[in-house]
Design a protein around this ligand. Structure first.
Ligand SMILES: *Cc1c(COP(=O)(O)O)cnc(C)c1O
Length: 360
């Protein structure tokens, strides 16, 4: 039975490709005739090892990850990496942080426990409505790494360039990974919680330059030591098996869509349509400034909280679900992740037009 047609604009956990879910459904009770589900397999079994290895290989191909870098499949969410990164990389020294939203703010606050955080840029004074330019970044000479969040899920801003720094780049790509090509060789570490654009919640992907292993502070738990995790190929303990399997299915779908290059075209087209409508509207206004706008999370509002609430309610009645903004910002947010079809954006704009006509 097909599921009821809704367009799910949730910021995360979020929409997954229907074909990946169908495949999982077909495999659910009996994976390839082995008499059990992927959820029931030993993570040390050859069958699961094959799923693990092939998912890793597909991700390596999708992002053209060079051999200098290792892919880790971990638990603990993006939030665990807020601590793991400084524990492994700050060495009691200084790290530069660009604070462009809630998650980079949290990451910086966590890092302060393990070293000196230098705020290289902050956009807090204007409600995180933009991304700082390269010239605004105040870089410290002795930074162990430069940290930034590529896409600010809550505020709806996205870096349109890769910062140039002497220190290794560390980047939270939770909400825009796999949405465009990335030159992984420019990064010391990329990480992403899977539940925005990759797979169900429970998996965190870390892509790490192996040359950065072995710098962990002495009290770093084994389960957070990149050196240990690389050595055990993510299997120091039980990995999130089901999520890794699901990521493999999502990557199959991604390849069919033309990979990250294909995704980039689609994401630009989706977001451009919505921003264009917002910029010409008498009722709504976009939060993020042009030049800093996210293709993944489009944030907007009317001038009235009551109207915003009515908008969200009316949207849900039409099957346009989860368009309420984050509790920090209020307003609305349409998350346009990889699996959101253009028809979802068209349906949202059609509703927005109607709502505008009835309320101005
Ligand atoms: C959702 C999100 C996080 C937090 O992820 P958890 O997996 O819940 O810890 C961190 N950074 C970004 C950019 C996010 O979108």
């Amino acid at each position: 039975m097909a599921r009821e047609q809704v367009f799910n604009f949730s910021a995360g956990p979020s929409v997954l490709p229907a074909s990946a879910l169908e495949r999982a459904k077909a495999d659910l009770l009996d994976y390839r005739g082995c008499g059990m589900s992927v959820m029931e397999m030993s993570h040390r079994s050859p069958m699961f090892q094959e799923i693990f290895d092939s998912t890793k290989q597909k991700l390596k191909e999708a992002l053209s990850v060079p051999d200098s870098h290792e892919i880790l499949f971990l638990q603990g969410g993006a939030t665990l990496q807020f601590a793991a990164i400084p524990m492994n990389l700050i060495e009691g020294g200084t790290a530069d942080y660009a604070v462009t939203g809630n998650f980079s703010h949290k990451a910086a606050a966590e890092a302060e426990k393990y070293g000196t955080v230098h705020v290289a840029a902050s956009t807090a004074d204007t409600g995180h409505d933009r991304i700082p330019a390269q010239e605004e970044l105040r870089l410290s000479a002795d930074a162990k790494y430069f940290y930034y969040c590529a896409n600010n899920t809550i505020y709806g801003t996205e870096w349109q360039y890769v910062p140039r720094t002497a220190a290794p780049l560390v980047c939270d790509m939770s909400s825009d990974i796999l949405s465009k090509p990335v030159d992984v060789s420019r990064y010391g570490l990329i990480y992403a919680g899977a539940q925005k654009n990759m797979a169900p919640a429970g998996l965190t992907v870390v892509i790490l330059d192996k040359a950065l292993c072995g710098r962990e502070l002495p009290f770093t738990p084994e389960i957070m030591s990149y050196r240990t995790l690389v050595k055990h190929d993510s299997m120091l303990n039980t990995p999130p098996c089901w999520c890794i399997y699901m990521l493999g299915l999502v990557l199959d779908w991604l390849a069919e869509q033309g990979g990250v290059k294909g995704m980039e075209q689609i994401k630009r087209a989706r977001a451009a349509k919505l921003y264009d409508f917002l910029d010409n509207s008498a009722l709504y206004r976009a939060h993020a400034l042009p030049g800093s706008r996210s293709d993944m999370n489009v944030t907007f509002r009317t001038d009235s909280k009551e109207l915003d609430a009515e908008f969200v309610k009316g949207a849900a009645a039409r099957g346009l679900v989860n368009v309420k903004g984050h509790r920090i910002t209020g307003g609305m947010r349409a998350s346009l992740y990889n699996a959101m079809p253009m028809e979802g954006v068209d349906a949202l704009i059609a509703y927005m037009k109607e709502f505008e006509r009835d309320h101005v």
